[in-house]
Design a protein around this ligand. Sequence first.
Ligand code: PRT
Ligand code: MG
Length: 225
Amino acid sequence: MTSITIALSKGRIFDETAPLLKAVGVVALDNPETSRKLILATNRADVWLIIVRASDVPTYVQYGAADIGIAGKDVLLEHGGAGLYQPLDLNIACCRMMVAVRDSFDYEAAVRQGARLRVATKYLHTAQEHFAEKSMHVDLIKLYGSMELAPLVGLADAIVDLVSSGHTLNANQLKAVEEIMPVSARLIINQAALKVKRKVIQPMLEAFSAATKKNSLVRRSKVTT
Ligand code: PRT
Ligand code: MG
């Protein structure tokens, strides 16, 4: 029997993927939020889930340690996408990549004056591309978390981070000043696995695609009614 492994992170990615997985007929036998297991069996003897850090998902799939993965566009852009086939936007874990500054900071003026800004971020590659496109000179400072703190304590003038509800920015007297791009989670597939395990992966890809379409139809009708 050909078995396949799906890599995903716990938290919001798992929470939002679980209904899609269910729609494609895969249900984890353990809850990753409460179990300490890193390899989870599912109701299907030929499908396994592995639980990894969100930013590690593309790496596991790139090297074939997982055949399929679910990762945010933010994470995929930083990884670079080598060895990955990215056939499907799952339209889950949606948010926006933004530039944010302190409420009192005049970002427009700083840009106009050509000031050299210090920007703290976990997303060096994305930030670099964004400011290069705007022909802005910035000094990037790599952080691994809580970017929102950086402008408050004078580490940086601005941050590049993900925003969904905006509550974190609000609670810290920060404001979003520029949208870099919308972000959502994608299905990724190891390119070699797609060829070798096509018989199992292709139907699963089609089922994910159908479930995603159904999901977005439901969401749209919720918005309009
Ligand atoms: O948390 P950890 O360091 O382990 O890893 P991670 O942050 O990469 O993982 P996780 O599970 O937090 O996020 C996984 C994926 O979810 C990300 O790669 C994104 O693609 C997606 N996603 C969607 C988000 C958000 N929305 C989001 N709001 N990831 C992070 N956030 C954070 C954001 O960084 C900020 O600190 O939530 C905060 C802002 O939220 P609001 O609602 O206050 O605006
Ligand atoms: Mg997080």
